[in-house]
Design a protein around this ligand. Structure first.
Ligand code: FES
Length: 60
């Protein structure tokens, strides 16, 4: 199990757990939607690949 306290987006200091929570509760499917809900990925964009992976993990 991966660490939910890990910071996925360093720019906006958003954790894996926050991203997972937003995906599950709001039914998010896109990196842009995760950005709208959590601000993750709205800075330098270097975390977009990691956000994609989390989306795949949750949504299959
Ligand atoms: S690390 Fe997420 S936008 Fe820069």
């Amino acid at each position: 199990m991966k660490d939910n306290d890990e910071i996925i987006c360093n720019c906006l200091q958003v954790t894996r757990g926050e991203i997972i929570e937003a995906i599950k509760t709001k039914g998010l499917t896109l990196v842009d939607e995760v950005g709208d809900e959590t601000e993750a990925g709205t800075g330098c964009s270097s975390c977009h690949g990691d956000i994609e992976e989390i989306l795949k993990e949750i949504n299959g």
